[in-house]
Write a protein that binds this ligand. Structure first.
Ligand SMILES: Cc1ncc(COP(=O)(O)O)c(C=O)c1O
Length: 360
């Protein structure tokens, strides 16, 4: 068996140790004679798996007691509509910061439910920057402020947490959750699709402050109500049991690596190696404002775009997978989430060097 280096933006690389562990437990979970996928979600065995995953995540992120952690389905995209449905209350509008493709999608969906005020945008720079705190036009009557701390497609990551006063801050952390320490108490709600830094696709994690667990707008499906899900410990219906279990294994793996501070250091190292190689090269460029370059998703373009296809073919032959940029922007993108080792980044840089020498 040869495992290759996987730079996919998501579903993304999982830690090899986690895959081995899941493999070893697949047919017979802890002597029970069945796989975790085949267990009732209400069995004491499965409930212990689920609770351990939650408490490990709480420990990793230092989540205060007045926050609920929900394990849901529907991806981050479902949250785009669930957020206004659940958080609008009696308010008429919500503030959104637009820094790229994912925040734009969140805005588009929210407009179906609530008046959206775009409180800041980096569209003018073709989404290569983020608006500064003093450029945000925040409304103190907004139901909440929504932003995307890391824009996965163009590789733009906020270098600050917006200050929103008493208005709850909602963050789509799909592509940077657990990549570095954050102060959860600054947020009303954090959500993330699992398929990048948490586990397999099909699971969505929501961290929400207790006071925001209010009745959603009329006719909201029960399964879309944060309050109903929280009241049922995320088991209002059958949860994505295997994804939840695997997320738990990833959380244990993270703890064994030294937790989020260790990931933070490693992510700094991996990203700075790759960006400094790109910046010192005549053949590759990254257009993003240096202060807000993503540590998770590193897009780059070749001086000769006609070589894109060849680059990808040769990279794949060299064991470097999934380097194509998002279909909407083209070029290349290396996603270097927690589970992508430093050796993968070293191998990528070596390949990029060789390619530039041969074809540049
Ligand atoms: C920042 C961000 N938000 C939302 C999504 C959409 O997630 P999902 O496919 O889980 O709905 C993605 C997916 O790549 C993302 O990167």
């Amino acid at each position: 068996m040869t495992r290759k280096y996987n730079f996919s933006a998501g579903p993304a690389a999982l830690p090899e140790d986690v895959l081995f562990r899941a493999q070893s437990e697949l047919l017979d979970w802890q002597g029970q004679g069945l796989s975790v996928m085949e267990m009732s979600h209400r069995s004491p065995e499965y409930v212990s798996v689920a609770k351990k995953a939650e408490s490990d995540l709480r420990e990793l992120m230092n989540i205060p007691d007045n926050y609920q952690v929900l394990f849901m389905q529907g991806g981050a995209t479902s949250q785009f509509s669930m957020i206004p449905m659940n958080l609008m209350g009696n308010n008429v509008s919500a503030d959104y910061i637009n820094t790229g493709d994912w925040s734009s999608k969140a805005i588009k969906e929210a407009k179906r439910y609530i008046q959206v005020n775009v409180a800041g945008s980096s569209e003018d720079s073709n989404f290569t920057a983020v608006p500064a705190q003093d450029e945000l036009q925040l409304d103190s009557n907004a139901a909440y402020v929504h932003y995307t701390p890391n824009e996965t497609i163009r590789g733009v990551e906020f270098d600050y947490i917006p200050e929103t006063g008493d208005v709850p801050l909602v963050a789509d952390m799909s592509s940077n959750i657990l990549s570095g320490p954050i102060d959860v108490s600054r947020f009303g709600m954090i959500y993330a699709g699992a398929q990048k830094n948490i586990g397999p696709a099909g699971l969505t994690v929501v961290i929400i402050r207790d006071d925001l667990l209010q009745a959603p707008v009329d006719k909201t499906p029960t399964l879309f109500s944060y309050k109903a899900i929280a009241d049922a410990d995320s088991m209002l219906n059958t949860p994505p049991t295997f994804g939840w279990y695997l997320a738990g294994l990833v959380f244990e793996w993270l703890q064994a690596q030294g937790g989020v501070p260790a990931m933070d250091k490693l992510n700094d190292l991996k990203a700075s190696k790759l960006y400094s190689y790109i910046d010192n090269s005549d053949f590759y460029t990254n257009p993003v404002d240096i202060a807000v370059r993503s540590r998770m998703n590193v897009p780059f373009i070749l001086a000769k775009p006609e070589l894109d296809k060849l680059f990808l073919t040769e990279a794949t032959s060299a064991g470097l997978l999934n380097l194509a940029g998002h279909r909407s922007v083209g070029g290349m993108r290396a996603s270097i989430y927690n589970a992508v080792p430093e050796a993968a980044v070293d191998a990528l840089i070596e390949f990029m060097q060789d390619f530039a020498v041969t074809h540049g």
